[in-house]
Ligand binder design. Structure first.
Ligand SMILES: [Zn+2]
Length: 283
């Protein structure tokens, strides 16, 4: 099983996690910019963090044969802190970088007027830089948050298929599906969304435009829940091809819209691997 985790915060994980992920079949990740737990007090902290997302983390991932891309944005939570607002002016500089494949995470946390402004400004950047957008949805008051999110996305003029609306569940998927956006699901160990619930969603809605991620943020999380979802799909009668579509080809298609997704090394390695009859016989 080859796995592309389209939303994982490796900054909050250890190097051992990279090792476990590589062993589980994770070949590529996208790490969206988010908050650091401890509130940031100046734009300089964002510059250092964004530099790490395009420099240090890709290096760390490469030690384990994992290709790392990033998405860059001022996150919704810190959009509310006036000390962080200057970071918005730093974002375009990073949207020029080759390894940045989307604007994100943007969207709503508490749905404040400040978040409205920062969300709209960053969707405009996505349009200007012709990049996809990764949109976070609030964990509280989710249905209302998703409706408002879709209204702002429509108003921005970005192509709906350039947008993934993330952290969905059984209740919120319908509106996002009908709007023509991609649908993101974060699988967690004990809250929000589990591998078995994800399988039921795939049964009900099919595999098109669906992205499954492990989020792996500051809360209790598990970077191998993409693998567990693939295993649950197989156990439920989905084919290897279905699993490959959800866990590999869908994220490749979505982030490929940036024109910047570079998986050459990874795919070459895989071709060598598949071409080896000894390894094929042994697997
Ligand atoms: Zn996230």
């Amino acid at each position: 099983m080859r796995i592309f985790d389209p939303h994982i915060h490796m900054t909050s994980r250890t190097t051992d996690d990279y090792q476990r992920m590589a062993a589980a079949g994770v070949r590529a990740v996208v790490e969206p910019a988010f908050w650091l737990g401890q509130p940031r007090t100046s734009a300089g902290s964002f510059a250092d963090y964004f530099d790490a997302l395009v420099g240090w983390e890709p290096f760390r991932a490469a030690q384990f044969g994992i290709r790392h891309h990033a998405t860059i944005a001022l996150n919704p939570k810190e959009a509310n802190d006036p000390r962080c607002r200057e970071a918005l002016a730093l974002v375009p500089r990073y949207l020029d970088k080759d390894s940045v494949v989307a604007v994100g995470e943007v969207g709503y946390d508490a749905m404040t007027p400040e978040e409205d402004e920062v969300f709209a400004a960053q969707l405009a950047m996505a349009v200007e830089y012709e990049l996809p957008a990764l949109v976070h949805t609030p964990h509280r008051d989710k249905a209302r948050g998703v409706d408002r999110t879709l209204a702002v996305v429509k108003e921005s003029g970005i192509a709906m298929d350039h947008v993934v609306v993330d952290h969905l569940n059984e209740v919120t998927i319908g509106a996002v599906h009908d709007a023509g956006c991609w649908m993101g699901f974060s699988i967690y160990p004990d809250t929000k969304m589990s591998p078995d619930r994800m399988v039921q969603i795939l049964r009900d809605h099919g595999t098109a435009r669906i992205l499954v991620n492990s989020a792996a943020d500051w809360g209790r999380s598990d970077p191998l829940l993409t693998l567990r979802t693939g295993e649950a799909m197989l156990a439920a009668g989905f084919t290897d091809d279905d699993v490959d579509r959800v866990l590999w080809r869908n994220p490749v298609e979505f982030y490929g819209q940036s024109g910047r997704l570079d998986l050459t090394d990874i795919l070459e390695k895989e071709a060598t691997f598949e071409g080896s009859s000894i390894l094929r016989g042994g697997s």
